[in-house]
Design a protein around this ligand. Structure first.
Ligand code: PGA
Length: 241
């Protein structure tokens, strides 16, 4: 495990972007595992800027971590809309391909389809945000560590986070999510987890100071051979050392 301590959200975004840009420079045909939400918003700005300044991404494939069970095109909170707004519209170049789970598809068929997508596109790097309860993707506390791609029921804190982030009502908020399980997350050649802000401090402390356990989903990443954990000052504020 490599821990990178940064000052704040801005520095975390730059570091996250650097991890991805370096990967593309190292291997122009990289497969990038993207995530969405508050964590990668700043990163996506730098990423778009760098690519618009001339970095060739014509051989790069993007694969997304998860998607809410929803109508992707008309739901403000969908992973599809996040990717359009923060990645595909601002970037004036086409990637080789991008793969997002279809939130309105038949669940079983979609799981089968996306498993094949993941098999055909082994990820060189997977970006992850950290839930306040230490979830990664929609692998909430209690999810078994051998979990494969599935449709997860969101915990109350996760539903609340979506309500706050998008200013939607409880009735409009999604309660289920298609998500890579721990199995597919751990299959990425490199995993980069980023945490910024006080709300993540308890989860960061649990990951680093407690034993690996399903009650702390992200703790499994400590067993990954190429795990990078980017933490800002506020997120690190409860650590003993
Ligand atoms: P955030 O969420 O990036 O919006 O903070 C991370 C998560 O809850 O998975």
């Amino acid at each position: 495990m490599q821990i990178i301590l940064v000052k704040d959200y801005q520095e975390m975004s730059q570091e996250l972007n650097k991890q991805f840009i370096d990967q593309i420079k190292l291997k122009p045909e990289s497969v990038l595992g993207f995530t969405t939400g508050g964590t990668p918003k700043g990163m996506a700005k730098h990423f778009a800027q760098e690519i618009n300044n001339g970095l060739d991404v014509s051989e790069v494939t993007i694969v997304n971590l998860d998607e809410y069970v929803c109508e992707p095109e008309t739901s403000v909170f969908s992973v599809y809309n996040w990717m359009m707004t923060h990645v595909f519209e601002p970037i004036h170049q086409d990637f080789k391909a991008f793969h997002i789970l279809k939130g309105n598809a038949n669940k079983q068929e979609e799981l089968t389809r996306f498993k094949k997508v993941l098999e055909d596109n082994p990820r060189d790097i997977q970006m992850l945000g950290l839930g306040t309860n230490a979830h990664i993707g929609a692998n909430e506390p209690g999810t078994p560590f051998d979990q494969e791609l599935f449709v997860a029921d969101s915990h109350e804190s996760t539903i609340q986070a979506v309500i706050n982030l998008f200013g939607i009502s409880k009735e409009e908020a999604p309660t289920q999510m298609f998500t890579m399980g721990f199995k597919e997350i751990m299959e990425a050649k490199k995993v980069v987890l980023a945490a910024s802000g006080k709300s993540k401090a308890q989860a960061v402390k649990a990951i680093l100071e407690e034993e690996i356990d399903v009650s702390i989903p992200a703790s499994i990443l400590k067993t990954h051979h190429n795990f990078v954990f980017i933490i800002d000052d506020e997120a690190a504020s409860l650590l003993d050392n």
